[in-house]
Design a protein around this ligand. Sequence first.
Ligand code: PMV
Length: 329
Amino acid sequence: MLASGGPKYAPKTHAESGCYVEATASGKAILLGEHAVLYGCEALAIPLHTVQMRVTAQRLGEHTQNQETGNSSRFYLGASQLPEHAAGVIDDGFAALGIPKYPVHIQGNSDIKVGSGLGSSATLSVITLKALNQLSGNSELKAEQLATLGRQLENRFHGNSSGLDPSVVAYNQPLLYSITEGPQPIEVCMPPKGGWHFALIDSQVRSSTYSMVLQARPFFTTAADGAQRLEKFKAVVRQGFEALTHGNVSLLAEAFHKNLTLLTEVGVVSEALHHLVHQANQLGCLASKVTGAGGGGFVIALLPPENPEQVLQKLQEHFKKHQVIHVSV
Ligand code: PMV
């Protein structure tokens, strides 16, 4: 349900209310190559069509102003107003689109938990651009433009985003991505015995991407084996790409295992996350790994293509208190 506006604002007059627009954007999951993508490696990611953010945006009258902050735009997700820092994405959006700023009210809801590794900041950035662009009467932005501008907006949250997350949200399709080559949509080939099925299991621990990136950085930039580690990440992502484009499930499982080992070496996989991975594999998943920045967030588990529902049910029964999301590609 969409949240209603907060009490600090004067009710809108008919003249102020103007038109309103709707926008949606999906979450994302990184299959392989997180962190290393920041240092020039490729990464693979998929959109999450069952995990979404939805908003409506409305133009307000110029004199509508929050008495406390002096800022006239506001952004609500559910019942909560976004804190000022996050809501600054609206002003960033106007600047990125080259549209003179005017007051807007954006409200909506989101299935994407903040700090969970499913792309909340990228989704917020992309949906804001879509809404402001539409509200201003401009023609629809191309995926390429949305991805580039989304990356600029995401820097507000991450410091220096690789651009992977906003790209997969903007393109809304599986991507191979690198900073130098940009997003490359991929043709996924289905495995012979069924489709690609994954489960996302919430560790219930939240972490900041910014701090996880800082924590992992020395292992790529100053460690004696940093360059070698980047080569290993590259090889794992190439293996995953081969697997996805040839429908080879055991190859992707192997790439998941290797990627988990590499992420463990750079310090972003806690004991609790390892335990979760171990349990998921014991319950029949072919391989599992942390997805996104790590430290917490979600584990992504590869389900057997021949009986994904059966293993998913076991996961849901076992992880009763955790959110378990089924994702197919
Ligand atoms: O956990 P997330 O969704 O914020 O993933 C960030 C992925 C990183 O590679 C760690 C950072 C980036 O900008 O690519």
